[in-house]
Design a protein around this ligand. Structure first.
Ligand code: M6P
Ligand code: ZN
Length: 188
């Protein structure tokens, strides 16, 4: 067995970034345009193509011995009345769990199973949310400042976007009367 060397990473409290930054993923509206409910609002925003979120991922091997960990910076904004959100995924190895720890801003963690069960948890700085095995997960920025959270999950979990890309989540998170509302997604 090859022994891996211990190391640490710095979390930058102001920006939510990691140092060293690791593998950086940036997602703009064009990377997930079909996931928003209001296609006219999508078209109107596509020229600007806003940055929706960034993930700073510490690089460790993608196998069961290791623990993947990262921060996600989800910017405030809406597409029509739907709040900015991550794509969301099941794990490729579907019985792998995940932990989210909210560091900044506020948001909603929405989850569902393949049986159509749905659940949501509000996140604010200090919230530690547990995503159990078998639950797809997506985060949504329901506030007007940047929402940042730390995530950790088994190294071999992987990301499965397939069903989320075609059907989406059971519910969409929309702004209504200056609050958020969970609205049935007609394509689910
Ligand atoms: C969290 C973790 C990551 C994930 C990221 C963005 O940080 O769950 O594994 O990649 O959110 O979410 P998504 O991959 O669904 O776009
Ligand atoms: Zn995950």
């Amino acid at each position: 067995t090859k022994i891996f060397q211990p190391f640490s990473t710095m979390y930058e409290f102001d920006s939510g970034a990691l140092n060293p930054q690791g593998k950086l993923i940036s997602r703009r509206l064009s990377d997930m345009s079909s996931m928003y409910q209001d296609s006219e609002a999508v078209q109107a925003l596509l020229n600007d193509n806003p940055l929706i979120y960034e993930v700073y991922n510490v690089e460790v091997p993608e196998n069961e011995e290791h623990i993947q960990h990262c921060t996600t910076i989800l910017y405030p904004g809406k597409v029509g009345s739907e709040f900015f959100m991550t794509k969301g995924h099941y794990h490729e190895i579907i019985n792998r769990a995940e932990i989210y720890f909210c560091l900044k801003g506020k948001g909603l963690l929405i989850m569902q199973t393949k049986e159509g069960e749905f659940s949501s948890l509000e996140m604010e700085p200090g919230t530690i949310a547990y995503v159990p095995p078998y639950w797809a997960h997506r985060t949504v920025n329901t506030g007007d400042e940047t929402f940042v959270f730390f995530a950790a999950y088994p190294g071999d979990a992987g990301h499965d976007y397939g069903l989320i890309e075609t059907e989406g989540f059971v519910k969409a998170v929309m702004e209504q009367a200056e609050k958020y509302a969970l609205v049935a997604n007609p394509s689910y």
